[in-house]
Design a protein around this ligand. Sequence first.
Ligand code: PRX
Length: 647
Amino acid sequence: MSEFSTVLSESRRFPPPPAFAARAHLSSPEVYRRLCAEAEADPDAYWAARAKEELFWKTPFHTVCEWAPPHARWFLGGTTNLSYNALDRHLDTHADTVAIRFEGEPGDRRDYTYRELHAEVCRLANGLRALGVRPGDRVGIYLPLIPEAAIAMLACARIGATHSVVFGGFSAEALRDRMNDAQARVLITADGGWRKGAVVPLLDNVRASLAHGVPTLQTVVVARRTGASLPSLRAQERSWDDVVAGQPATCEPEWVDAEHPLFILYTSGSTGTPKGVLHTTGGYGVWTSLTARWVFDLKPDDVYWCTADVGWVTGHSYVVYGPLMNGATVVLYEGAPTTPGPDRFWDLIARHRVTILYTAPTAIRAFMRLGDEHPKRHDLTSLRLLGTVGEPINPEAWMWYRETIGGGRCPIVDTWWQTETGGILISPLPGVTTTKPGSATLPLPGIHPKILDKQHQEVTEGAGRLFVTRPWPSMLRTIWGNDARFKAGYFGEHPEFYFTGDGARRDADGYFWIIGRVDDVVNVAGHRLGTAEVESALVSNPKVAEAAVVGRPDALKGTALVAFVTVKAGVPTSKALEAELAAHVTREIGAIARPDEIRFAAALPKTRSGKIMRRLLRDVASGQDSKGDTSTLEDLSVLAALRTDDE
Ligand code: PRX
């Protein structure tokens, strides 16, 4: 953060607009303090009350929380179903409210009322049962951002199958690894999707990944989106239409245990392989439902648009489960933000009269660069609340969002959370919290974040590493198939405190300012990547001897990826090789992991014990070393050899 930004953000404060607070679900600091005090005084009573308010329980729970660090179990003895909570509960009161308002990139439109969405989910749920999917089976979902994605997730939840959504931007290789790890029985995909005017060939990717083998996979269900390859389906493949044909529009939900696995979502860690974050039903349902209403202040007349893809946790919690459990109208837009023109987002907001917009700082910065004329051409007065997520937002972008998009009248909620946390943990409450540009502000009631220094002493004012010191309902339960990695990764630092992997600062008002990752995870344009994953993709190329990938600050993407590569003896380095390696990473992981810069080096700087000196590489990558180019790497190696510390 620049000096200017710090001064700007520390000195500016924005209390909730009185007109907003007057109508908000939570509307005063007293309410916030009361909830925090209740949670503190009797956590079980507090969480039990929240759980009963948020969900329909078929069987009531008998125990609120069982905490055997690092494992938590919530709402034991309770049975419920999140598809029922997201759909059936609304049928008596507002079946004809639009649940999903879809717009495809080419401009095609489809609305689903709650009644219609319920029927589609039931048909697919019945179809999946007919395919032999049983409670606990894993179902992969590899779809564009189209209504079928939400339908597929809810259909799985309805029959107790555990879904694992893979972002459509991931490659065939990445899909195969995830499907193998999850041991998926069925995969739901589409013939393609639209992105920047072109077709993303999802079915081709599926076929390429199956060719390398996913032994557990029995059936691939293919939805029609582009019409590309449906006429030529192969033996294992069934069209979506065929699977749902003749299926009834009702389906008895599977009443699952509160701790029944709801989904596995793969995310990046500090090793080369992604980890399957496991979320269960009850606690996740309670917290996503509650936070969607508290943080976004969802009301029946809102038109809510979260721009995240369902392939990320934001799409799970705040496109599908949280808003639908609240009976909201959710806008779903398939395509790129600037297709066909730089004002596509603003045009969408104006036409659909969007009232709540939730997006990523990278998108905001990109729009800022494109110029004010694009939003200014559209009527954005329907907006009443703005949100951000995924990476720190710089105060300049925050102010631009507030003034240019929000017309100075909309509160901004900068929401901090993670795939692992399931839902938002630190965020302003829009009718309560005075915001400061760039700060995620304060924890939600019942959440206990702490900043600790290296000796595990609490830092009440200042910077350190961010932990959550008590369990919360929507925390991850484990890493699928790898509990050892769960323990080491999140509770290796402290046996009872969840380690977030983030660095943060607390100011004199107790506000949290997230600085960014302190592990080998980077946020590139709001997408989470492991540098080790990109390194292992690079070294899988036969020309590469060694690779080290680091992040460097980037004004637009937050972080850009720089790869330092040493090639095998006799391999000439060239621009062509750079392009080849970039294409190789795209093939192994997906375009989101493509390095922004590849630098060839004769050797990588290492400590005496052989550890690559990443801090030095980060300095070189961001031009903070004395010379700022790769030729210094030789010197750095010499320097490194003299050092004994491992950073
Ligand atoms: O570094 C933090 C950053 O995103 C990481 C989590 O990434 P992921 O699991 O992909 O989930 C992203 C969407 C919830 C965090 O460790 N992050 C998330 N929200 C914020 C943030 N950094 C700063 N401010 C935020 N509001």
